[in-house]
Design a protein around this ligand. Structure first.
Ligand code: FAD
Length: 408
């Protein structure tokens, strides 16, 4: 285990500065344009691929950083640049985590490279769990995967929604019901390879924020995938289902399902995205408050403004510390006995919403216009309290973990 320190090591500082440079020079200047266009910023993803930020190697290096801080540090810097563009760059990584968490070594080696493509022909991937009637309530999922033993194929039917990169992805990771009797314990994750017949994009959503990130429905109409596309393999699934049936008979000890394993691994990463957006808005507000003069002095001379900035910075630092703690616990295999991963996501996402709203207030009329970036940052920040589990769901997870009670 690494010795305790609050400082990034030299290598981490170097990576952080490199990412910050990319965020400042490439992402931030393009943010307003892609927000207005509401399209995936392919040229920026390609640029990120060329310098090595959009790649499996980079993601894996950060993911396996021994201190656990690689991913949160990377997310904070990229989302400091712009949340919509950054989500277009890291959305593939969220799908890749689904494969890393549940896939065999062969599946990881086969599919993750195809999620990224190469620098001349970049690709993206999508993780599809949510459905129109199954958002927070994952157990209501209807998308069904049925095994065709004669052909060793799975046949998948259903409609997924709000999928980041849904329909434009080269590789889709789809969560589906394999045993309806078991609720969320009867789910499994599948790879849907490129150009598989039957998978199509439904509606593309026009959104409040993160508009450079593509969000759409994914329709699965008799999609057939080889048996080898079941993440983790059939034997492991059969064993897991047998255990779940046994436990259901005995009275319901909890079993982690495939989708929950993915969410567990990615929550502190989402918290770090929120920290990035909050920090970006705070920095704009601090600069503005120092230079904007009213009543013959900079507005920061007023306690009413300065104290807001003090509170903003304090919350951001607290959010980062919660995030780093959760990431450190995850890499060191510490049990999340107080749902520390959910705590980080809850606090950081609520902080981002609050801090970006305070930034608008500090910029006054300018803050409310698209001449300044804080109104975009505020629209973007609203997503953090919704995806990867809403704030209410984080509170449920935390309070259930603390109390051991089935809080509703
Ligand atoms: C831009 C965007 C990108 C997304 N990307 C993906 C993706 O890539 N893949 C994917 O699978 N999904 C994705 N999602 C879906 C996202 O994870 C869901 O929207 C989220 O889980 C909430 O589900 P819901 O929208 O159905 O809300 P609902 O579950 O209907 O919740 C509505 C409200 O009720 C509250 N609520 C629900 N149940 C309870 C309860 N028990 N107690 C208290 N309050 C409760 C919620 O907190 C919320 O405030 C994305 C969504 C968006 C908007």
């Amino acid at each position: 285990m690494a010795e305790f320190t609050m400082e990034l090591n030299d290598e981490q500082k170097e990576v952080r500065d490199w990412l910050h440079g990319f965020a400042a020079d490439v992402i931030r200047p393009a943010a307003a344009e892609w927000d207005e266009r509401e399209e995936t910023p392919w040229p920026i993803i390609q640029e990120a691929a060329k310098v090595g930020i959009y790649s499996l190697d980079f993601y894996a290096q950060q993911y396996f950083d021994a201190t656990g801080l690689g991913i949160p540090m990377a997310m904070e810097e990229l989302f400091w640049g712009d949340a919509g563009i950054a989500l277009s760059i890291v959305g593939t990584g969220l799908a890749a985590v689904g494969v890393l968490a549940n896939g065999t070594e062969e599946q990881i080696g086969t599919w993750i490279p195809q999620m990224y493509g190469d620098t001349n022909d970049v690709k993206v991937a999508a993780f599809c769990s949510s459905e129109p009637d199954a958002g927070s309530d994952v157990a209501s999922m209807r998308t069904r995967a049925v095994y065709d033993e004669a052909k060793d194929e799975w046949v998948i039917n259903g409609t997924k929604t709000w999928a980041t990169n849904g329909g434009i992805a080269n590789v889709h990771v789809v969560v589906a019901v394999v045993d309806p009797e078991l609720g969320s314990k009867g789910h499994a994750s599948f790879i849907v390879p490129p150009n598989t017949p039957g998978l199509g994009q439904g509606q593309k959503f026009k959104k409040h924020g993160i508009r450079a990130s593509h969000t759409a429905e994914v329709i699965l109409d008799n999609v057939r995938v080889p048996g080898s596309c079941l993440l983790g393999g059939k034997e492991k699934l059969d064993q897991r289902l047998a255990r779940a049936r046994e436990k259901a008979k005995k009275g319901g000890e909890r079993v982690k399902n495939a989708a929950m394993a993915t969410f567990e691994a990615s929550r502190p990463a989402v918290a770090a995205m929120a920290v990035g957006t909050a920090r970006a808005a705070y920095e704009v507000a601090l600069d503005y408050a120092r230079t904007r003069e009213q009543f013959g002095r900079p507005i920061i001379d007023n306690q009413g403004v300065a104290f807001q900035l003090a509170d903003m910075r304090t919350s951001i630092d607290a959010a980062r510390l919660l995030t780093w703690r959760a990431s450190w616990m995850a890499i060191n295999g510490k049990p999340f006995t107080a749902a520390e991963g959910s705590m980080s996501k809850l606090f950081a996402s609520e902080t981002a919403k609050k801090v970006t709203a305070q930034a608008i207030q500090i910029l006054g009329g300018n803050g409310y216009t698209r001449e300044y970036p804080v109104e975009r940052m505020h629209r973007d920040a609203a997503i953090y309290t919704i995806f990867e589990g809403t704030s209410e769901i984080q509170r449920l997870v935390i309070s259930r973990t603390l109390s051991g009670m089935p809080i509703r």
